[in-house]
Design a protein around this ligand. Structure first.
Ligand SMILES: [Zn+2]
Length: 67
């Protein structure tokens, strides 16, 4: 069975545990840290750019339709 090591006291906790069973500090899984620090902001920025381009495209289409 997988276990999560507490970053504060080093106690092995269950994989599903959110808090350490000894010192009650929050256990942050490596996966969520990586996701938050590296991948997620990039995806969000790209999504913003895509939204921005999409709005410009819509405005241009509307402009030509009205004309
Ligand atoms: Zn602990």
């Amino acid at each position: 069975m997988k276990s999560k090591k507490c970053p504060i006291c080093g106690t092995e906790n269950r994989e599903v545990a959110k808090y350490c069973r000894i010192c009650f500090s929050r256990l942050i899984s490596l996966k969520s840290v990586v996701l938050k620090t590296s991948i997620y902001p990039k995806v969000q920025n790209r999504r913003k750019i895509i939204n921005f381009l999409f709005i410009i495209l819509l405005v241009l289409i509307l402009f030509f339709l009205i004309k």
